[in-house]
Design a protein around this ligand. Structure first.
Ligand code: DCP
Ligand code: MG
Ligand code: MN
Length: 336
């Protein structure tokens, strides 16, 4: 629970009043005013008491302190805290942090900071918090972004992006990876990979495809548009299919050179956990796996690479598994 801001505990029994105030604040935040006021009265009485309370009986002797409160005082005297506080507060806190972490762009640290500042609802964030541009978008589309996307709608989004992309360049490959390719019935977002078999056309594509999707009103908010250190490009944003009753959906687009098609597909298909174990295995074998490719002959000292090694030929996902001495695993078998 937050530290109550209005009253401050001092005097002989501050260790007791501090703990009781946490409970009062928790009840207040739950709109249990009656209980909160009861605690506040008792807290004042204890605060005004002119010596340290050392027993349940002594607490009972204070005007305004009843039997149940005296039990609580005695628990604090004995253990330094109230179990009830942990019960009421931590439960609430965990729920609020969970709620706040649903805002795109807010991690555990931000969520905790908002909590410490006393915010408890999305409305608090909207009206009182200082939000980054990402968080503003995350909050605006909170419920849409936090609802799962049925596979059928992912397929619709894929088709929409493909049609738009094909008006810019014929022969493009447009494919949804992520949880969709792993066969999940619903997805958190749509992860679209774009490449071109001629090995060149991908280079000037990124901007024009995004421009096209903006013109159509399909892309409603941009989060991140970036060029990778290689020449993969990544877009993170929010889209909405035309038509009534359509939700805003999180869309990720990567544009990759054809030479990196297989490693990029494998990376973007995941799962994140699967990717971590594949990279770890590659490392153990003196190789290095990334979304750009698979390299062999990599010499490391600790974590540092002494030599970059050489790029292996990876025309397909199957070839990556083979280089690593593994049996092929279909996307559906890559959840772990
Ligand atoms: N990825 C990764 N490491 C991360 C994040 C992502 O390797 N920290 C890769 C693997 C993921 C893929 O990118 O499968 C897509 O990322 P998403 O966050 O979209 O995850 P999923 O598509 O797997 O699941 P969701 O349904 O939640 O979108
Ligand atoms: Mg995804
Ligand atoms: Mn994604």
């Amino acid at each position: 629970c937050s530290q109550p801001s209005t009253s401050h505990s001092k005097g002989f029994n501050s260790h007791i009043t501090k703990e009781l105030e946490k409970l009062a604040a928790a009840y207040k935040s739950k709109n249990d005013t009656w209980r909160a006021v009861g605690y506040q009265k008792a807290i004042s009485a204890i605060r005004n008491y002119s010596k340290e309370i050392t027993s349940r009986e002594e607490a009972l002797g204070i005007r305004g302190v009843g039997a149940r409160l005296a039990d609580k005082v005695s628990e604090i005297i004995e253990s330094g805290k109230l179990r009830k506080v942990a019960e009421v507060c931590e439960d609430d806190e965990a729920k609020t942090l969970q709620l706040f972490m649903g805002v795109w762009g807010a991690g555990p640290t931000t969520a905790k900071n908002w909590y410490i500042q006393g915010f408890r609802t999305l409305d608090d964030l909207q009206t009182k918090a200082t939000l980054t541009r990402h968080q503003q978008i995350g909050l605006k589309h909170y419920s849409d972004i936090n609802s799962r996307i049925p596979r059928e709608e992912v397929a619709e989004i894929e088709n929409y992006v493909r049609e738009a992309a094909l008006t810019i360049k014929e022969g493009l490959i447009v494919m949804v990876c992520g949880s969709y390719r792993r066969g999940k019935p619903t997805c958190g977002d749509v992860d679209v990979l774009i490449t071109h078999p001629d090995g060149q056309s991908h280079t000037n594509l990124f901007k024009s495809v995004l421009k096209k999707l903006h013109e159509n009103g399909f892309l409603t908010d941009d989060l991140v548009t970036q060029e990778d250190n290689g020449n993969q490009q990544k877009y993170l944003g929010v889209c909405k299919l035309p038509g009534a009753h359509k939700k805003h959906r999180r869309l990720d687009v990567i544009v990759v050179p054809y030479a990196e098609y297989a490693p990029a597909t494998m990376y973007f298909t995941g799962s994140a956990h699967f990717n971590r174990s594949m990279r770890l295995l590659a490392t153990k074998m003196g190789m290095s796996l990334s979304e750009h490719g698979l390299r062999a002959g990599v010499v490391r000292q600790g974590r540092e690479k002494l030599t970059e090694g050489y790029l292996l030929d990876t025309p397909s996902e199957e070839s990556i598994f083979a280089h690593l001495g593994l049996e092929y695993r279909s996307p559906q078998e890559r959840d772990h």
